[in-house]
Write a protein that binds this ligand. Structure first.
Ligand SMILES: *Cc1c(COP(=O)(O)O)cnc(C)c1O
Length: 401
């Protein structure tokens, strides 16, 4: 295996742009919650492709839908009518109570569409000079120029200036700062209910509700980025349901088609008036094949009651992790999360070694912000699998002491 890994690493060095610091694991196939390297060694996947393969890998039902739809219609462009996109729109809108959907191919594109919609809604539909988009420090909204401008992490912006104007990121949980930032020229407030890339940080109920109230009072669009938190991940279909929020615009992507590229921006009727024919478009977005798969994903989520399961399993996982925290209070500084979106903030001097130790034992998770183990397992993970992970983590932590 080592040789195969070295070989593929060498090839990559020559062939690809050096945009990824990859983990030392060569994945050849996957099934359920398991990944397999070329030697056939199994790894338990607690990341699900960053909350993408929420139903587990390579589900036979999805394979079947893919196969059938691939023989019927794959793509016809958005110049024509087709049913799969409509079916998906209907199911998604019913799940959140919003009124209109726009499909694209990624989270960044969904947020890009949301930003464009908010600006155009005020400038064209309401003839108001509102262009500013307010977001939070520590947030992540994507890698296109506008979503980068909205992202509240200075590091990822470096070297890409000039970025589009009209963005401002305020500290999270600071109502006064938000009060000042939401000025008259503000079109929208863009938030992640639980910051994902920022290290799994749920925002407080109080802050979110106040933020929503301020938006209502000032006629500012509340735009929720549920690219990572959407589709059952947090134990509710949409994370904002935990806090009783009513977004004007909702974006999602990652888990939507369980691994195929698909993003969506969902909007309230009024906000949706910002776009008309010709104002926004995409070639691939909402293709028949990927939409048909996504409809099946939604159906499986419901039939298998996976959203409720995510809540219950998340609670169980958190309990088991809390036990570990009492055992290793210095090494586990904080546990955060919602449902099956969990962050273990490490207090170790070299958090990297803990993550590495887990990988060596066959457990895949992510280290975000340098010291937070981010756990985003497939929602179909079993209690036994969560127990195995906790045992492995205990062994790795023991070695650190
Ligand atoms: C991953 C992510 C994005 C970007 O999605 P891409 O599909 O990589 O463009 C945007 N917002 C949040 C909250 C994300 O987690």
């Amino acid at each position: 295996m080592k040789q195969e890994l070295e070989h593929i690493k060498d090839q990559e060095q020559k062939l690809l742009l050096h945009t990824y610091a990859r983990y030392p694991l060569y994945v050849e196939s996957a099934r359920g919650c398991s990944l397999y390297d070329p030697s056939g060694r199994e790894y338990l996947d607690l990341l699900a492709g960053i909350s993408v393969c929420n139903l587990g890998h390579c589900r036979p039902e999805l394979q079947q839908v893919l196969h059938e739809q691939a023989g019927r219609l794959v793509h016809v462009s958005n110049l024509f009518y087709q049913k799969p996109q409509l079916n998906l729109a209907q199911a998604l809108l019913e799940s959140c109570g919003l009124h209109r959907a726009f499909f694209c191919n990624s989270g960044a594109e969904a947020n890009e569409a949301a930003i464009k919609l908010a600006r155009r809604y005020y400038q064209v539909h309401k003839s108001q000079n509102r262009q500013r988009i307010v977001s939070l420090q520590g947030s992540f909204h994507g890698r296109t120029l506008a979503t980068l401008a909205a992202t509240g992490q200075p590091g990822v912006k470096q070297g890409f200036e000039p970025l589009p104007e009209g963005f401002c990121a305020v500290p999270a949980e600071d109502i006064d700062a938000l009060d000042q930032a939401l000025e008259q020229d503000t079109a929208g407030l863009l938030l992640e209910v639980v910051q994902g890339e920022g290290g799994v940080r749920p925002l407080s109920r109080e802050y979110l509700q106040q933020a929503q109230m301020m938006c209502e009072e000032r006629d500012i669009l509340l735009m929720l980025d549920e690219v990572q938190t959407g589709m059952g991940r947090t134990g509710r279909m949409w994370a904002h349901e935990h806090f009783g929020l009513k977004p004007d615009i909702l974006t999602t992507a990652k888990a939507l088609a369980n691994g195929l590229p698909l993003g969506a921006m969902l909007a309230r009727e009024e906000a949706a008036q910002g776009f008309g024919p010709g104002s926004h478009a995409t070639t691939f977005g909402g293709g028949a094949l990927v939409c048909e798969v996504a409809s099946k994903v939604l159906q499986i989520l419901q039939e298998e009651d996976l959203v409720r399961q995510a809540a219950e399993k998340g609670e169980y996982f958190m309990q088991q992790l809390s036990r570990l925290q009492s055992r290793f209070p210095e090494l586990i500084r904080e546990l955060r999360g919602l449902g099956l979106m969990l962050g273990v903030e490490l207090g170790a001097e070299q958090p990297q070694r803990i993550w590495q130790g887990l990988l060596e034992k066959g457990f895949v998770c992510n280290l975000s912000q340098g010291n937070v183990l981010r756990l985003l397992p497939p929602l179909v993970i079993s209690r036994q699998e969560m127990d195995c992970f906790c045992q492995a983590l205990a062994q790795v932590l023991e070695k650190q002491q």
